[in-house]
Design a protein around this ligand. Sequence first.
Ligand SMILES: Cc1cc2nc3c(=O)[nH]c(=O)nc-3n(C[C@H](O)[C@H](O)[C@H](O)COP(=O)(O)OP(=O)(O)OC[C@H]3O[C@@H](n4cnc5c(N)ncnc54)[C@H](O)[C@@H]3O)c2cc1C
Length: 415
Amino acid sequence: MRYSAFSLLRNTLSHHKNWPQLWGSPDPQPEYDVIIIGGGGHGLATAYYLASQHGINNVAVLEKAWIGGGNTGRNTTIVRSNYLWDESAKLYETALKLWENLSQELNYNVMFSQRGVMNLCHNVHDVRETKRRVNANRLNGIDSEFLDAQQVKEFCPAIDLRGGGRYPVMGASLQRRGGTARHDAVAWGYARGAAKRGVHIIQNCPVTGFDIEGGAIKGVQTAKGPIKAKRVGMVVAGHSSVLANMAGFKLPLHCRPLQALVSEPVKPAIDCVVMSNAVHAYISQSDKGELVIGAGTDAYCSYGQRGSMHNTEGTLAAICEMFPQFRRMKMLRAWGGIVDTCPDASPIIGKTPVEGLYINCGWGTGGFKATPGSGWVFADTIANERPHALAEPFALSRFSSGYLIGEHGAAGVAH
Ligand SMILES: Cc1cc2nc3c(=O)[nH]c(=O)nc-3n(C[C@H](O)[C@H](O)[C@H](O)COP(=O)(O)OP(=O)(O)OC[C@H]3O[C@@H](n4cnc5c(N)ncnc54)[C@H](O)[C@@H]3O)c2cc1C
């Protein structure tokens, strides 16, 4: 859609009244070729690529509440691909390459900013482990470099290398192509692109059950009535076990709240992303000027999408050790999202025990960065009714075969 300067001015002054709708609010049809459950970034990206890459346009995305209102709109938007094992590196790097052209592809500014992501080392073990990861990344063609302490300071002058005296900074890995993106713009951009290609985006439509006959999916039950489809993709992050239970199978997932918080906005103070597994916190600065801060998951399973004082206290103590000058900043708000973590900290993508029912979940604390790649491989998997080559190692069956892909180190501090 093109806007002249005049139409931009008119829309600015119209108090939203004349703004064009980016996607409609259709009533559900009785039947679709494919149903995607979950209108987060991954579900919307899947619908978009089904339509744009595979010519499957008779698709509905069924969202329980509003699109992007789950983890997609709650995350701290760190994007990188420096995972350890070949399988993950290929998947996350595919996603990163798609990120690099996403605003152009969608003709929608997702504000992808390749400002560089540093993972700090605070002890000898960290240094060894980080160098191993840097080497593994480079063997997979991923940009990754090791910085010594002085180079860390040059890249991020705001950091205090003494780490509060407790955890001095001894070096870091740096992925320069990593960075951040605008989370809700990603959901909106994919939604607009999918809707333009005929996909129905149906909000306030929770799926409440599955119609399964002879072991095969026939459709879903929803708050807006039954809807038929022979292919259904389930992309509901922290609610994956709940839906799997409805379909009669179990998933090896723990669902825990992951929290984040933002400060009052200030002038540009830090122009990269800094993460530290050892002090257990990470930080970047949004375009509005807020410091965006996060850390690990709560230790208990819950569906409460809230922040909590004990978590905030621990995270901020760690941030103050790395950046003492932020001690006097006020925090504006905290929140939580429910993340679905697998025992090996890698996702599940592919078939389920129910024929025609596909699953994409288990991205845990780090799935935002994978959004375009996840949608790309999941759309291909559903369209061709067999796992995409990049998705194959991430099948649910790995929990019985034992071929786990341990990425706890890459997930590290939650992100
Ligand atoms: C605080 C926090 C910080 C994070 N930071 C990062 C980060 O910096 N980098 C990173 O890569 N990742 C990060 N993550 C993880 C990332 O947000 C998720 O892995 C990713 O957004 C998952 O996307 P999704 O589309 O699968 O899930 P979601 O966005 O959660 O979408 C799932 C959707 O399914 C819907 N749904 C659920 N049940 C039903 C039902 N019965 N019927 C219909 N719809 C249903 C939900 O309403 C939701 O909208 C963070 C997460 C949190 C919570």
